[in-house]
Unconditional design. Structure first.
Length: 614
């Protein structure tokens, strides 16, 4: 090969690696659209998406219809903070009064909600300020996720692929639910930080990439532990990348420093008083010590100068075993469920949570809609990693492919992992779209054209899957199911809750899933909410509704409740009726009256029922 041929080959390799046209003599496509200002374009896409989301959710925003118990509890926590409750005091005093109970969250996610509400309140009043904060705050992590995904695909696929990455995020149906207005819980921020972790994993600047990964992982752990499996896989990928290529030591070093230091800062700045003891469900001393130890181990390994990859791999294995043994010996109570709940609480309550069940237990339409994009993303990332061998980028793509594959497995374990699995599929899906679509018709190889067409069709099918499934004829909905749906929708509305805003403040005994909404939109107090640290109160509610009327009366008096509130046909009520047909709630729902309960009037058409406890 002549020198000129070698030079041309190197140029071709670099341009393909950068995602540029095969002919380096031609100008970059779309440069006239300002790809040098890609963040502005990414922001423009985000603004368009945000406007659409607000318009689509306008009725829900107007009626402050927060979609989940966690969203109501988050806003209740923000209200408590703005009303003077201590920064490190996350005890919710309106549940299980007077002692209240601890929430295993941190204040980090409260900050944007509180800031927006404080800015808007002087001009619009508290009600509109709450709606504004609940509408805007969930869409902020969507912008972070889009920019982070733009960084990731620009580094992995091509500089101009950022728009495809952003648009594919908008096609992640379950992930977009976490970024929608009123979804104020912490999942959106954790998803955005996970994407930022992938962007750091793909960064050519090893130190910057390691610092990005470490800080984003630490921030996610400060918020909550839900995405720890994904973060562990990403951390393992960066270690294996160093095993593969010793030049990655700087990335590993930066990651180690940022992870340990970031977790220390997160613990000091945002962990509540109640989590400053050995708890397994938050960034307590348990996980802080583990993350700092992991950071020290990774930092030490990064200075290992041996050239034999097998020795580096053995060192990692020994260090990992030592870290796991130290954790098991120091914190044996955390080897099981991090919630540390009793078997009875698991059976009566936790195991009934739908999102905690494996995806394969869900209806097949849900299964197909969730896994379609992750399957395509896994195939795309594997293909991209294989292709990257020729361009010296295998080390960047292989960890992304690993994370995508493990994400697909995790979503089969728990349905709640679906949003993260869909986002982790976007880089691979972007690679398929960017490389195959413009090149298919010019390829001479029938095999390449066939595989490419199948891949592109698979990508298109995965994106269209939710809409296609929505068009399929659905099974007739039974009258019972319709009644449950109506009750779930109506009992938590502002009109239904309005009478309780005018009553004297008291403790109301009601369903576990109704408690967070009640304390958020009214001044009233409740007994329990669906949070594992509230386990004793949750069991008291279940025992009351499942047991004899006399036992129910004793439990209500124990909690100082003066009113009993129920929502006939609400999902939770069906559990009590099915489990205990002769229990207190079943008898109450069938119309039986008790001398110690006095019916209380509610407005005509109210879906709720209320009694005074004598």
């Amino acid at each position: 090969m002549t020198r000129a041929s070698r030079d041309k080959s190197e140029v071709m390799r670099d341009t393909i690696d950068a995602g540029l046209p095969d002919d380096p003599g031609r100008p970059r496509p779309f440069d006239r659209w300002g790809f040098d200002h890609w963040v502005r374009w990414q922001t423009l896409i985000w603004v368009a998406a945000a406007v659409f989301l607000v318009v689509n959710r306008w009725a829900a925003i107007t009626w402050y219809s927060l979609p989940d118990t966690d969203d109501n509890m988050r806003m209740a926590q923000v209200h408590a903070l703005l009303n003077g409750q201590g920064w490190y005091d996350l005890r919710q005093y309106k549940l299980n009064p007077p002692a209240g109970f601890d929430i295993h969250w941190s204040r980090l996610v409260d900050l944007p909600l509180a800031a927006i509400e404080l800015v808007v309140r002087p001009f619009a009043g508290q009600g509109l300020a709450e709606r504004t904060a609940a509408a805007i705050a969930p869409m902020l992590p969507l912008w972070v996720a889009m920019v982070a995904m733009g960084l990731a695909v620009r580094r992995l696929v091509a500089p101009g692929s950022f728009a495809i990455g952003a648009l594919l995020i908008l096609c992640c149906q379950t992930a977009m639910l976490m970024f929608s207005p009123l979804r104020v819980d912490h999942h959106g921020w954790q998803l955005a930080l996970l994407v930022l972790t992938i962007a750091g994993l793909a960064d050519r600047d090893t130190l910057r990439g390691g610092l990005t990964m470490g800080l984003s992982s630490a921030a996610s752990l400060t918020i909550g532990l839900e995405l720890m499996p994904f973060l562990v896989i990403a951390g393992g990928a960066i270690v294996l990348r160093w095993v593969w290529d010793r030049a990655e030591a700087t990335r590993l070093r930066g990651y180690a420093l940022a992870l340990g230091g970031g977790c220390a800062l997160g613990y000091a700045g945002f962990t509540s008083y109640a989590s400053s003891v050995a708890r397994c469900d938050v960034l307590s001393p348990v996980w802080l010590s583990t993350m700092v130890a992991a950071g020290v181990l990774a930092f030490t390994l990064s200075y290992l100068t041996v050239t034999d990859a097998r020795i580096r791999l053995a060192s990692v294995a020994i260090g990992g075993i030592a870290l796991a043994a130290l954790f098991a010996l120091t914190w044996p109570q955390c080897l099981g469920r991090p919630e540390q709940i009793s078997p009875e609480l698991a059976t009566k309550w936790f195991d009934n949570i739908r999102e905690a069940k494996p995806l394969y237990t869900q209806p097949w339409t849900v299964f197909a809609a969730v896994v379609a994009l992750p399957v395509v993303g896994v195939l795309g990332s594997i293909w991209a990693a294989w292709q990257a061998r020729a361009h010296g980028r295998f080390g960047a793509w292989a960890p992304v492919a690993l994370v995508a594959m493990v994400s697909l497995l995790l979503v089969l374990w728990q349905t709640r992992q679906g949003p993260a699995a869909q986002l982790m599929a976007v880089p691979g899906a972007t690679a398929l779209a960017w490389h195959f679509v413009p090149r298919l018709r010019n390829r001479a190889s029938l095999l390449v054209r066939t595989i490419g067409i199948i891949a592109v069709l698979g990508l298109g099918a995965s994106l269209a899957m939710p809409n296609l499934l929505a068009e399929l004829p659905s099974k007739p909905v039974s009258p019972r199911s319709k009644a449950i749906g109506r009750a779930n929708a109506r009992c938590t509305t502002l009109p239904a809750m309005a009478p309780f805003t005018k009553m004297p403040v008291t403790t109301i005994f009601t369903f576990v899933d109704l408690g967070p909404r009640l304390i958020n939109v009214t001044p009233q107090r409740a007994v329990a909410g669906p949070y594992h640290r509230n386990g004793e109160a949750i069991l008291d509610v279940h025992h009351a509704f499942d047991g004899a009327p006399e036992a129910a009366q004793a439990i209500m008096r124990k909690h100082g409740a003066t009113l009993l509130l129920t929502c006939p046909n609400m999902s939770e009520s069906t559990i009590y009726r099915a489990r205990s047909p002769n229990g207190f709630y079943s008898r109450l729902a069938q119309g039986e009256r008790f001398v110690w309960l006095e019916p209380m009037p509610l407005p005509n058409g109210s879906p709720l029922m209320l009694w005074r406890i004598r």
